[in-house]
Design a protein around this ligand. Structure first.
Ligand SMILES: Nc1ncnc2c1ncn2[C@@H]1O[C@H](COP(=O)(O)OP(=O)(O)OP(=O)(O)O)[C@@H](O)[C@H]1O
Length: 930
């Protein structure tokens, strides 16, 4: 870069030197005039010589004097020697230095004669820095005593526009100049990287005829003479699109982006405008000025011939005279002879070769592997995320998640390739950004295993290091979607607080202020997100407000939402809340997608299979970019990339947490269970897993205070057995051997095997376990326990051994317990005493009732003794009296329970019962066991 800058400054100095030398020479001639005034005649002539210029006086002395005499010769002589003296220095080194500079700044096709390169399609990549100068001809200063030629070149691509003025007598020279320059640029870059637009006020075709083979390949567009507006509009659209896509990360130009990231894929657009010397209409004039002003940064190069206009951006000019030209680079005194053009035949041949090569390149099949860069994990996400997701004409089409397009909405009917698109897009991103730059949270509401690939499996033990959380088969568990949104909202606040502490507002600034902090961008993907809003209930309402919050404020905290759906049209949260929808600026429409793009934009309807419209402008037409999406789910595509990334993962990196709605969480693998330790004053009973991002256990603290009993309510045995078993096993882990007593009562026949299995495990842990079966035994046990309560009453310390009484099917013993004994008390009285007074004496009842009504029958009064409960197949309204009278919204669903602990909850939460197989197996699960 420094070298380029130095070169640029030496180019400027060299040309400046030329100009000042010439100017000084003329100025000195004026000085000479002063001196010759001393000698009147000589002075008179010298004055005239200076007035017409020495060069002219030499060519035609009659302009100075009628007949030559000594005074005239003397004046000429003096003028000559003065001029010579001034020129000597520049003539000695100037032309050589210029030649060397041009050779360096205009290498290859930019400066060499066409004989050396014409016909060979170019090889330069878009990301390579363009030549600084492009040769147009040979210059000379005729007035110089030793007029040595030097190459003349002009800055073009990314640097300056070009204005050509002719006197309309030399249209051929005008066309040759343009054609030579365009050929140089076309032949420098790989075919396709330079697109040419031609507009000629005078004719539709026939301008630059040699270039016409480019037309069929789409590399040259001849615009209708009457429709300049359309061409300018197209260029303006292009500028807008570049700003909202490639430059959306904050770079000021494609050039700056390329210098910073090595990335540049946008082709250059050379717009050639041939006028007739008449100015454009005011409106078009302004449009052209806008393109001129903003075009260079977006790869638009103007070559404007014979159109009077003021340009407020970098522009060089060439003025054509009869045989020669003058340029702004060389100043008015240097005469430029333009390079001769190649024959029409050669030009046509060269353009055909470029077109053919382009068509071949365009039609080559690009695959998932082409989305993966040569070097992995080199990009930084400070200002946004950008990666290709597909290809257009063999060139990558990128998606950008950044300040200007923070969130994306993906739509397409079932089977149109949404999941595949997500794999392509995420593949491009995870290959470019390391897990310190990008974290993924992925959720799929539909049945299936779309994102399971990212977690370790039996056949493929690798996982995606960027993935923090993967949710599959979430279908019914809409609460999991809520949990994710809640997590994002919390993270957003955490980031905002950190930013505030550093007195900044955005993630990008926070990263700059706190470079040692870890602030990856977060991409949260929710596939089939319409499930989240499937019912008009509190989940939908909460999801809507969370979504609004994250969509609105996530932008500045680097949190990006990617929502995909088969049908966005019915999602009230979107249509009813334009504030949410508007934040989803990036729209991706797969074939036949409805309503993802703007209403008038029907591009998705005509889309071929495995293509997508990628639109960074909220779906309006001019933002459409059509891309072919490679197969990203076949074997050897994403899985292969994942394996490479997995091998690069940081030591100690943990696999993503998996939430699989079709499986029950294994108690033995849960950190909340394996981490339980003995010696706790108030042990917790784990009952199931709540639906949150961390997979936390639902826990009830069994402390020595009233109401610390647990009711499991519902008719399904497996659910009740799971909750009671998990509670017993977790409590057992928190007491040293023989320091807790378990009484297990199997009151219904079907639980006998479960009870025996539990007994075995509790005994293995060294706990005294009294197991009884049948209702008579239950009546007996409650009597014994009630007496124990009486015995213990008055004790306040924790000296007593804790007792856990597990009742499987309490209600089955109701009739038997109703009978009164000799002392006129019944089994139910004993049970009620147990529930009421037990917890304070460290006797806790954990009972299973088969309906809510039956719990009430047992208690025969207020339900305060049941401090915590888990209900399964029970409707919400039956539970309100157990939840402090509040309305409970709950429709039972298979293998899901509702958990409420009156000491900590304001409202019940959904839990998944545990799979106990591992925890009941012989051997003690270790802390942190997998
Ligand atoms: N670009 C592609 N190239 C080749 N095959 C593809 C491409 N996109 C999708 N497919 C194939 O089409 C099928 C459906 O794709 P995908 O699962 O991505 O669609 P979807 O829109 O997510 O559908 P659904 O909503 O039913 O899951 C898959 O078998 C996938 O392999």
């Amino acid at each position: 870069m420094r070298k380029r800058n130095e070169r640029r400054s030496s180019i400027e100095t060299a040309f400046e030197h030329l100009r000042t030398t010439v100017a000084t020479a003329l100025g000195a001639a004026e000085n000479e005039l002063e001196r010759v005034r001393a000698s009147y005649a000589q002075r008179e002539f010298a004055q005239r010589i200076a007035a017409v210029g020495l060069a002219r006086a030499e060519r035609d002395p009659s302009v100075v004097c009628d007949s030559r005499d000594l005074a005239f010769d003397g004046a000429m002589q003096e003028a000559r020697s003065e001029r010579e003296q001034i020129f000597t220095e520049w003539s000695g080194h100037g032309p050589d230095r210029l030649a060397a500079l041009v050779a360096e700044a205009a290498p290859g096709t930019a400066g060499r004669p066409w004989q050396d390169w014409l016909g060979e399609p170019g090889t330069a990549e878009a990301s390579s820095l363009p030549p600084q100068l492009w040769r147009i001809g040979t210059g000379q200063v005729p007035a110089s005593p030793d007029p040595r030629p030097f190459p003349v070149a002009v800055p073009m691509i990314d640097e300056a526009h070009l204005r050509i003025t002719s006197n309309r007598q030399n249209l051929e020279a005008r066309e040759s100049l343009v054609q030579n320059l365009v050929l140089r640029m076309l032949s420098h870059y790989k075919p396709g990287l330079v697109r040419v637009h031609v507009w000629d006020v005078a004719q539709l075709t026939g301008t630059l005829p040699g270039l016409y083979p480019l037309t069929n390949a789409g590399l040259l567009t001849a615009h209708d003479p009457t429709r300049l507006g359309e061409m300018l509009e197209e260029l303006s659209d292009h500028i807008r699109r570049i700003h909202t896509s490639a430059l959306n990360g904050g770079h000021i130009s494609l050039r700056a982006l390329a210098e910073d990231t090595g990335q540049r894929d946008e082709p250059w657009r050379i717009a050639v405008l041939f006028g007739d010397g008449e100015p454009l209409r005011e409106e078009q004039q302004q449009q052209l000025q806008r393109v001129a002003r903003n075009g260079l940064a977006c790869g638009i190069q103007l070559i404007v011939a014979d159109l009077p206009m003021t340009v407020n951006s970098s522009v060089e000019s060439v003025t054509l005279h009869a045989e020669e030209a003058r340029t702004s680079m060389t100043g008015p005194e240097a005469v430029v002879r333009l390079d001769a053009p190649p024959s029409r035949e050669l030009v046509t041949k060269a353009c055909s070769a470029i077109a053919t090569e382009f068509v071949t390149r365009r039609s080559r099949v690009r695959t998932f592997a082409d989305l993966v860069p040569e070097t992995l994990w080199v990009q930084r996400s400070a200002s946004g995320l950008q990666a290709p997701a597909g290809f257009h004409e063999g060139e990558p089409v990128k998606v950008t998640l950044g300040d200007a397009s923070p969130h994306t909405l993906i739509g397409g009917p079932s089977g149109s390739g949404k999941t595949n698109f997500l794999y392509s897009m995420l593949g491009g991103m995870v290959a470019r950004y390391s897990p310190d730059e990008l974290e993924l949270y992925l959720l799929d509401f539909k049945e299936g295993v779309s994102f399971a690939q990212f977690t370790p499996g039996r056949r493929d033990p690798t996982w995606l290091p960027h993935a923090q959380l993967v949710g599959v088969n979430v279908n019914e568990d809409r609460e999991f979607g809520l949990a994710l949104l809640r997590f994002l909202a919390t993270e957003m606040r955490r980031r905002a607080d950190a930013a505030k502490a550093h007195e900044v507002t955005k993630l990008e600034e926070l990263r700059a202020e706190n470079p040692s902090g870890r602030w990856p961008r977060i991409v949260a993907v929710i596939d089939e997100f319409q499930y989240l809003f499937a019912e008009r209930d509190t989940v939908s309402a909460q999801a809507t407000s969370l979504l609004e919050d994250v969509a609105r404020r996530g932008r500045s905290q680097g949190i990006h939402l990617v929502l995909a759906s088969q049908d966005v049209s019915g999602i009230e949260a979107f249509w009813g809340k334009p504030a949410i929808f508007e934040q989803f600026i990036l729209r991706i429409a797969l074939p036949k997608a409805r309503r993802v793009l703007a209403d008038q934009n029907e591009a998705a309807l005509a889309l071929p299979r495995w293509h997508a419209v990628i639109n960074h402008e909220s779906g309006v037409k001019h933002g459409n970019e059509v891309a072919r999406i490679p197969d990203a789910t076949a074997k050897g595509t994403f899985d292969e990339l994942q394996r490479r990334l997995w091998e690069r993962r940081q030591e100690g990196a943990a696999p993503p947490r998996l939430f699989d709605g079709s499986l029950l969480p294994a108690l033995s693998e849960l950190p909340d269970f394996t981490g339980l330790m003995t010696g706790s004053e108030s042990p917790v009973a784990l009952l199931g897993q709540v639906i949150d991002v961390n997979g936390t256990a639902a826990a009830v603290r069994m402390e020595r205070s009233p109401g610390r009993n647990l009711a499991v309510i519902g008719s399904v045995r497996v659910d009740a057995v799971s909750v009671l078993g998990a509670a017993a096993l977790s409590l057992a882990r928190q007491h040293d051997a023989k320091k807790a007593r378990f009484t297990v009562l199997g009151l219904v026949e079907e639980v006998a095997p479960d009870v025996e299995q539990l007994k075995g495990k509790l005994e293995e842990l060294g706990h005294e376990t009294d197991v009884r079966h049948g209702v008579d035994a239950a009546v007996e046990v409650v009597g014994e326990l009630a007496r124990k309560i009486d015995d213990r009453s008055g004790s306040v310390g924790n000296t007593e051994t804790p007792e856990y009484v597990l009742f499987y099917g309490v209600d089955a013993a109701h009739s038997a317990m109703e009978k009164k004994g000799h002392d006129f008390t019944s089994g139910l009285d004993h049970l009620r005493k147990l529930l009421k007074q037990g917890p304070e004496q460290r006797v806790h009842v954990l009972g299973w009732w088969r309906s809510a009504q039956r719990v009430k029958t047992t208690l025969m009064g207020p339900v305060d003794e049941i401090g915590a409960w888990v209900a399964f197949d029970v409707h919400g309204q039956e539970l309100s009296s157990f939840a402090a009278g509040q309305l409970v919204h709950w429709s039972p669903r298979a293998r899901r329970g509702l958990f409420f602990d009156r000491s900590v909850h304001s409202q019940p939460e959904v839990v998944l019962p545990f799979d106990l197989a591992g925890a009941l197996a012989a051997g003690i699960p270790e802390e942190g066991a997998e």
